[in-house]
Design a protein around this ligand. Structure first.
Ligand code: HMG
Ligand code: MG
Length: 298
């Protein structure tokens, strides 16, 4: 049977907006996070303390974190590739820091400018500091289902990085389909290997929807008992270092499916639809969520 309850991590303010060419002012990001907070998410990825030369859109992260209206018990997460990022996240009072690696050597070089082994060594300091400060630690693994640069990614490579993230003390580990190439059976094959290395209730599915497979892959993951999913309001997004990759699966679509399956998320879909309309209007484009557009048109 499927999980009765799932946690949806809203990643729109970070993964969704990081790739936007036009600058999105901090006040828009702040308003978006506040709307998402009021929708009832337990966890919102709101910031990335990365090099502004690499990802200019995230340069406002400290400003955003300082000005959002926080709800107690909501986890506001920030990406931290190294100690410089960790120090910034600490100063910004992030509730959770995210170390992000890859199961693909080629992608690791392109995204964070080092090998997988070097990244793990770099993450050790961040992990230790997070523990010392009592901050939650999440590990994200890109290209677990395929890589834009090297193509196939072996299952053993995924299992190896999951084990390394576990050994670093991660509270949660994301299995990410950066370029949205997975299909349901492939998803299950990868998730089964991840489950072999880490507790199932600490694993999450982070699916981009490039090939329209994300909802099917979430369903396939639900069948294995995975109960944490990442999604982006209005389907915003794409990774700057994954050419052609489109946004994360749209939050509205995921919520609509969960409602239909009788799975509790604790999130108010109508407020999410409004938040999606808000950000789509700012970006001057139609939102990418099918459910969101249908509900908004009613
Ligand atoms: P590097 O150039 O190798 O780093 O970049 P460095 O240590 O040599 O530093 C170079 C410069 O960057 C220095 O500045 C540092 O101060 C600065 P300069 O002296 O030249 O003026 N710097 C920083 N600035 C701000 N915050 C920091 C920081 N660190 C160094 N934390 C680095 C290495 C990792 C920093 C760089 O490659 C980088 O920032 N990459 C960001 C990549 C990124 O954000 N990608 C998108 C997020 S990951 C993603 O989207 C995937 C995910 O969604 C899952 C999925 O879908 O797959 C999570
Ligand atoms: Mg992503």
């Amino acid at each position: 049977s499927l999980p009765k309850q799932v946690k949806i991590v809203e990643v729109g303010p970070r993964d969704g907006l990081q790739n936007e060419k036009e600058n999105v002012p901090a006040e828009i990001k702040i308003a978006l996070v506040n709307r998402l907070t009021s929708a009832g998410f337990q966890n919102i990825e709101a910031a990335a303390f990365v090099s502004p030369k690499w990802v200019p859109q995230m340069a406002t992260s400290a400003e955003v974190m300082a000005a959002i209206t926080r709800k107690p018990d909501v986890i506001y997460s920030a990406l931290t590739p190294n100690m410089q990022g960790f120090e910034a996240a600490l100063a910004a009072r992030a509730d959770e820091v995210v170390i992000f690696g890859s199961a693909s050597e080629a992608f690791s070089q392109k995204n964070i400018n080092c090998s997988i082994a070097e990244s793990i060594a770099r993450f050790e300091g961040v992990a230790k500091a997070a523990k010392e400060h009592g901050i939650r630690l999440r590990g994200s693994i890109s290209c677990a289902f395929g890589c834009p640069y090297q193509g196939e990614v072996p299952l053993d490579a995924v299992a190896d990085v999951v084990g390394r993230m576990r050994d670093l003390g991660c509270d949660e580990i994301d299995i990410a389909d950066t370029i949205g190439v997975a299909t349901p059976r492939k998803t299950q094959a990868v998730m089964e290997r991840a489950i072999g290395e880490f507790r199932v209730d600490g694993l999450s599915g982070h699916f981009h929807d490039t090939y329209g497979q994300a909802l099917a892959n979430i369903y396939a993951s639900l069948e294995l008992g995975i109960s944490i999913y990442h999604s982006s309001v209005s389907g915003l997004g794409g990774c700057p270092y994954a050419k052609g990759a489109t946004g994360n699966v749209a939050t509205e679509d995921v919520l609509y499916m969960m409602q239909g399956l009788g799975i509790d998320t604790g999130i108010d879909l109508d407020i999410v639809v409004d938040a999606g309309q808000f950000i789509s209007q700012f970006l001057n484009r139609k939102g990418a969520s099918r459910a969101g557009n249908a509900i908004a048109a009613k």
